[in-house]
Design a binder for this molecule. Structure first.
Ligand code: NAP
Length: 259
């Protein structure tokens, strides 16, 4: 069993997909987990699953595209179990919401993507830091993407937001390395979630392939990842075992990025 210098984790976008798997993983490791997203039904289901398995969890509804709600989230999340020791920035807007070449890009979709994928992790990290600094222990883990390293067609805002969040988190890591606070990113390849299902449909249609053939060729290992392939890395980075790891970004991508 891993040990943790703190006991309370906040996971954004925890109602489904990678965030839900991560919240379950952290709760199973003994942490008290606050889950947040917009979809209350999904959050309720995730919290029930955690409690049924003997874990402790609470849910908070929050729209990270709404600056006022984002700015209130850390204080609200500290109410059920106390100050936030581990922040997992997972919520994200995918490219498939409105895929277009940059020359034709929708400016509102650009703004939404940057707000949720880049500005919200910045604001949440800034608010969570005082909790962590006062205890000289903290973990900030951001679910970035292989698109933090490589581009993707018709996904300009997504790629920009994911490259940006990597740079932001490395800077944050430098600034707090001597305070017991580590800051790292996990960079998934294609994971079978609602967000990626839409992208797969878009790409398969664009390339004139059937979905099954397209999906099988998406990684060198074959097929797509599952959310449960990502969550163990988050647990590791959150644990005391990873105390000397900061400013890093780990690709979990079935072998797409080997540099
Ligand atoms: P998902 O299943 O669609 O989940 C996305 C989560 O983000 C949902 O819980 C959603 O909840 C939340 N979210 C979206 N917009 C939000 C908003 N405005 N305010 C609050 N929460 C919001 O997608 P996923 O694949 O698990 O994505 C999780 C993270 O992994 C994202 O950062 C994504 O970029 C990253 N990632 C995914 C893949 C992949 O292939 N799936 C690859 C690389 C990186 P509500 O809709 O209820 O708000």
């Amino acid at each position: 069993m891993r040990t943790f210098g703190g006991s309370v984790a906040l996971v954004t976008g925890a109602g489904r997909g990678i965030g839900r798997a991560t919240a379950k993983q952290l709760a199973a490791a003994g942490l008290r987990v606050v889950l947040t997203a917009r979809s209350v039904d999904e959050l309720t289901g995730a919290v029930a699953e955690i409690r049924d398995a003997g874990g402790q969890a609470a849910a908070i509804e929050c729209d990270l595209a709404n600056r006022r709600q984002t700015l209130g989230l850390i204080a609200a999340a500290a109410e059920p179990f106390g100050p936030i020791d581990i922040l997992v920035n997972n919520a994200g807007v995918g490219s498939s919401g409105d895929p277009k070449p940059l020359a034709d890009f929708n400016d509102s979709f650009w703004d939404l993507t940057i707000e949720v994928n880049l500005t919200a992790p910045y604001l949440l990290s800034k608010q969570a830091l005082p909790h962590m600094r006062s205890r000289r222990w903290g973990r900030i883990i951001t679910i970035a993407s292989i698109n933090s390293r490589i581009p993707a067609l018709h996904a300009g805002a997504y790629v920009a937001s994911k490259h940006g969040v990597l740079g932001f988190m490395r800077t944050l890591a430098m600034e707090h390395a001597a305070e017991g606070i580590t800051v790292n990113c996990v960079c998934p390849g294609p994971v079978k979630t609602r967000m990626n299902d839409l992208r797969v449909q878009y790409d398969a249609q664009r390339l004139g392939r059937d979905i099954a053939t397209h999906e099988q060729g998406m990684t060198p290992v074959g097929g797509r990842l599952a959310p449960e392939d990502i969550a163990p890395m988050v647990e590791y980075l959150a644990s005391d075992d990873a105390r000397m790891i900061t400013g890093q970004a780990y690709d979990i991508d079935g072998g797409i990025c080997m540099a």
